[in-house]
Design a protein around this ligand. Structure first.
Ligand code: FES
Ligand code: FES
Length: 166
């Protein structure tokens, strides 16, 4: 199933969208943050809150395949779209290649930035761009990490790219 495919326009109240491929319908205030809907209304606590101001990228998720800061997105803007969170990466208990690479390289330490990093990296790897260090650094430029110095994260993404594109 294409988890990035927008839903067809349907009549009725509330907001309707996909989360990790599953249809969701919610009656919530339109300005409620996507981050709060995910964590509090849907129980998807993998997505983290850092700054709450669009600066750190800890809350990064994908909407129709594009990386967004979920702390800045009101749920009314999500209506009819497809959201992917870090919970979509592991399937049937099997880690995504990116998650495995982060584990292997030590790309995750305290872990607060990791879900957002993984989603920014997922969007990058889902694209066709060459996985040079420069391109990877650009792809995660909106995601801050206080622990790793970024070297291990870039190494993990490059390793996952090499595996996926082999
Ligand atoms: S919590 Fe959203 S960008 Fe920092
Ligand atoms: S691993 Fe701690 S902020 Fe990145």
């Amino acid at each position: 199933m294409n988890t990035d495919a927008p839903l067809a326009d349907e009549p009725g109240g509330g907001y309707r969208f996909l989360v990790n491929g599953d249809p969701v319908e919610l009656e919530v205030p339109g300005m409620r943050r996507l981050l709060d809907v995910l964590r509090e209304d849907l129980g998807l606590t993998g997505t983290k809150e850092g700054c709450g101001e669009g600066e750190c990228g800890a809350c990064s998720v994908l909407i129709d395949g594009a990386v967004v800061d979920s702390c800045l997105i009101p749920i009314c803007q999500v209506d009819g779209h497809a959201v992917r969170t870090v919970e979509c990466l592991a399937v049937g208990g099997q880690l995504d290649g990116l998650q495995t690479a982060f584990l292997q390289t030590g790309g995750a330490q305290c872990g607060i930035c990791t879900p957002g990093m993984l989603m920014a990296a997922r969007a990058f790897l889902d694209g066709a761009g060459e996985a040079t260090d420069e391109a990877i650094n650009e792809a995660i430029a909106g995601n801050l990490c206080r622990c790793t110095g970024y070297t291990k994260i870039v190494e993990a993404i490059a390793r996952a790219a090499a595996t996926e594109r082999a």
